[in-house]
Design a protein around this ligand. Structure first.
Ligand SMILES: [Zn+2]
Length: 550
């Protein structure tokens, strides 16, 4: 018999290798999970033989996509609790909670996720008045779509004594009703002001007494109630995580950069890998906790099969939708507020040094122009010691135009989520005013500075669908839109670079892991750019998703 034996041949495909020359071939040979050769149909079929040969029917193949910023755990939690995505009013939010209660008669706690007041008429933050009536005896915590705010009931506020602790609160807000609007129950105001937004220090706070909380907690204020909310069981989470994985695989996603996990979750993911259930390549960022730091001191860079840990996640500020993003000048639609600094600069510096010492990467959530400037200054110090640090800024959403060049000067890796530009389009300018929009969602400019741009979705804040990312990035403003090639690289090889994995994955080249996706429709076609999904997905040469098996 002719030819070298391999495990798998896929032919009659349009293989977009995304190598340096952007070569396109017809066939690929795979052995032991690695790519042996990619080449013309005849060449591969003559040179190799395999028990498994797949005719791809002329469909397009790409390196498996990576979501460079997602939250599998948060999405799992969303699947377990009440789903508040897309609610169009406060009444509908309450109604969904009532429905959930009816379906779960023995409810001991109500947790939900996904509301977004910018979708409502008037765009007012909600209040907990109805929730207090419906749920007088159990804790209720409903997270905003971005996870940077929560609506909680009075039961939980009382139980946690959150109001007693607010004078010690750093980097968070509790919203109160304006006394005058008390009976209307619709207006809220932020009282914990002012903050010094450009020095990287927390500002001083003014606490107004005799005000009624609305139940809305922003950023670090949520930490006050967290310990008093019973969580779902580990078994529930593991089951939900696999549901999330199924959704990822059906879009041809073979890798996720999980943006922030606690120490206990390391064991959860390991358990799923031991049970051969977790197939996706997981690049997990650690939250900066004492336990996680101890883990790093003990283990250094950590790898357990498809789980890789060598980075920390840090939060510089909050989010724009809940006015927690830290801005150099006040909010256009809230002139008393600059937003919130969630981690002071001293602490960020300390973490950066810790990362440098242990060969870890630091990935900092940074949305407002002031937060971005502060983080860039922290990273500048690291650049002097280690130019190829690949420290990332997650989101990099609003930049003072004069700060863009620092991405180039200090080799800071930008990681962005183009669907945010679409979701925020209706209100971003209200928050920022016209002038600051020039430096917002500036994907092309960021790419031009660093030379690479990692793309993600921030799911479940946005949908997992990578084709929504493609369409958002292609249709961004004339100046800031990305080309199809730039987008595809952003979801493959640039994402691999952003995780120090470019030698193993991210392109379809000899010697790399056979992580690949064959799509149902051409990615560059009209249909393919919007509603597309995988026909087959492979991780290390193993088929992990088959459309016709659904
Ligand atoms: Zn995120």
């Amino acid at each position: 018999m002719k030819g070298q034996e391999v495990d798998l041949i896929i032919h009659n495909a349009q293989i977009h290798t995304l190598d340096l020359n952007n070569s396109i071939h017809d066939a690929i040979a795979i052995r032991n999970g690695k790519i042996v050769e990619v080449g013309p149909e005849r060449q591969i079929l003559n040179k190799y033989r395999s028990d498994e040969t797949i005719d791809a029917q002329g469909k397009e193949m790409y390196p498996g996509f990576t979501d460079a910023h997602g939250h599998m755990l948060m999405y799992a939690k969303q699947l377990l609790g009440v789903d508040l995505r897309g609610v169009r009013s406060e009444q509908e939010l309450v109604h969904r909670c009532e429905q959930y209660k009816a379906q779960h008669p023995n409810l001991k706690c109500l947790v939900g996720q996904g509301w977004d007041q910018t979708l409502w008429a008037g765009q007012q933050m909600p209040t907990n008045k109805e929730l207090n009536r419906l749920f007088p005896n159990i804790p209720v915590c409903l997270y905003r779509v971005d996870g940077h705010a929560a609506l909680v009931n009075d039961f939980l506020l009382k139980k946690s004594r959150a109001l007693d602790q607010i004078k010690y609160l750093k980097g968070g807000e509790i919203l109160f009703l304006n006394d005058a609007d008390d009976d209307k129950g619709s207006s809220s105001a932020i009282f914990n002001l002012p903050r010094n937004s450009n020095s990287g220090q927390y500002g001083t706070k003014t606490i107004f007494l005799n005000t009624i909380p609305t139940g809305v907690l922003i950023d670090n204020a949520m930490n006050l109630v967290q310990p008093f909310i019973p969580d779902f069981s580990k078994a529930d989470y593991l089951k939900a995580l696999l549901q999330v994985q199924d959704e990822l695989l059906q879009y041809g996603i073979t890798g996720v950069h999980e943006a922030g996990i606690d120490f206990e979750h390391i064991a959860w993911f390991k358990e799923l890998i031991d049970r051969k259930k977790l197939k996706i390549n997981l690049y997990a960022m650690l939250m900066d906790t004492p336990q996680n730091r101890a883990f790093v001191q003990k283990n250094g860079r950590y790898r357990f099969h498809n789980l890789s840990i060598r980075s920390f996640k840090c939060f510089a500020d909050g989010a724009l939708g809940s006015r927690g993003a830290l801005l150099k000048a006040p909010y256009h639609d809230h002139p008393e507020s600059h937003g919130l600094l969630l981690t002071d600069v001293e602490r960020m510096r300390n973490l950066a040094q810790f990362c440098l010492k242990h060969g870890y990467q630091m990935n900092t959530h940074s949305i407002g122009d002031s937060a971005n400037a502060l983080v860039l200054s922290v990273y500048a110090q690291i650049y002097r010691r280690k130019p190829d640090h690949r420290f990332r800024i997650e989101h990099a959403q609003v930049l003072d135009p004069k700060d863009f060049q620092k991405f180039a000067n200090f080799a800071v890796f930008p990681s962005v989520q183009p669907t945010h530009a679409v979701s925020d389009a209706d209100w971003a300018e209200q928050r920022l005013g016209k002038a600051r929009m020039k430096g917002a969602y500036a994907y092309k400019t960021l790419l031009g500075q660093f030379g690479m741009l990692a793309l993600g979705t921030d799911f479940p804040v946005e949908q997992i669908n990578p084709f929504a990312t493609i369409s958002a990035a292609l249709n961004r403003s004339a100046k800031e839109a990305l080309s199809m090639e730039e987008i595809l690289r952003g979801m493959t090889i640039y994402a691999a670079f952003a995780a120090f994995q470019e030698k193993h994955t991210g392109t379809l080249e000899k010697g790399k892991d056979a992580n690949l996706a064959i799509f149902e429709y051409p990615v560059n076609g009209v249909q393919g750019q919007v509603q597309n999904y995988a026909w087959r997905t492979y991780i290390k040469g193993k088929c992990v998703f088959k459309l016709d098996a659904l």
